[in-house]
Design a protein around this ligand. Sequence first.
Ligand code: GLN
Length: 504
Amino acid sequence: MPHAPRRATSGSRRYWKNRLLSPYLTIGELHLRLKRRELSCADVAQAALERIRTVDGRVRAFLTVTEEAASRGVAQAEARFRDGTATPLTGIPAAIKDNMCTRGIRTSCGSRMLEDFVPPYNATVVERLQAAGMVMVGKTNMDEFAMGSSTENSAFFPTHNPWDLKRVPGGSSGGSAAAVASGEVAFALGSDTGGSIRQPAGFCSLAGLKPTYGLVPRYGLVAFASSLDQIGPFTRSVADCALVLQAIVGHDLRDSTSIPDQVPDYSRALQTDIKGLRLGMPIEYFPPGLEPGVADVLKQAIGVLEGLGARVEWGISLPSTLYALPTYYIIAPSECSANLARYDGVKYGFSAHGGSNMWEDMEQTRQQGFGPEVKRRIMLGTYALSAGYYDAYYLKAQKVRTLIRRELEVAFERCDALVTPSSPTVPFRLGEKVDDPIQMYLSDIFTIPVNIAGIPALTLPAGFVEGLPVGMQLMGKGLSEETLLRIGHAFQEATDWHQQAPPL
Ligand code: GLN
């Protein structure tokens, strides 16, 4: 072990681990107990719902708790165990970010605009998880339309970080991260357009994966910025991450950007060690402004990986990284301004009727239905796309996007993966950045290049600074999920950061 083991207190996962049913069991551990019939699917679902009742008043991870869907899921899961068709996800309690469509269950996207929207169909990922036998217990809170880094832009209420309730869980998938970190569910789905899985995973000490663009179908995901959006898992361990990924990947005819390739066996990839793998530490991701403590945690983590036989490549430089944030804040708002044009109060969602004609009704619908951050993005995007400005902003951003992608491709000729912090800071205080959009945007500075390049990246717990989690991000070239999961798993076999539980 690279560090002295701590005493197992009632707040630590090790304390709970050997109990038959603790809130902090991994999917793998739960599956074993279910398979051996030591626990029933009903026991596990009841425990999840009970945990939500006990802690969610403080954490506020859920927008909707779906007890009925859970009991339907339990009945189906029990049948799967009886007839021998159970998968590793059968009977496992899960939460879904509220921007993925769930048939018959409200999907609000964290917005007044969709507050009462009940989709008539399931997102592909929901369909696939149901086919694998998950038990959905609820829909999780998020920044409105996934725009934000703290979940404070939710139109309903902010979510709290289980590690320190005065701090943010990150965002925009903060509800999903907090639900897993607080032991309410074993896994959750989030979406990541600029960091919304990896930043909250880092802030809540979880594994979180942003897959290669096109690997996981986006059908049924409420669109934010279509060329950047990807769905991925939040889990307690990297091994669990492989299990959830396996269930949601694969070609989908209903998503034209979905990759038709054969799907590898992700859990199998974990069995190989990481001897000889080349890991790069790009200097731009370790700037002097990095919060003290974060760099130290990362250096120690890299030492662990070296100890496992990985070779560290020093002197990797990605100078275009500097332009990733401004590029993102042209591309993402531009695409969002087009995607959100559909919320006109006519087809679905909130509808205002106070105007004297159709145009005034539409105006009022959008004025009242969207929150301030969403409006800011629509205005930025509309401006960047308007005639006369298109070349100066959108076209230029697309060119820089190509530069960033090429620079990363070159780096991946020298390295199997790049290792960086997932965020420049530990979780910040609720309210600390709400009035300063630029400061808020800067919290995604290390995650955004990945979406711009369309490559995969995995965040996993790397340690703590004064009790607050620090995430390590592993980036790889397109479709290198197996390598990233393999490195992450090897790290978790040598450390126990992921085994710590918050003091809830
Ligand atoms: N925080 C970034 C934003 O506000 C990224 C959000 C996301 O990945 N959905 O746009």
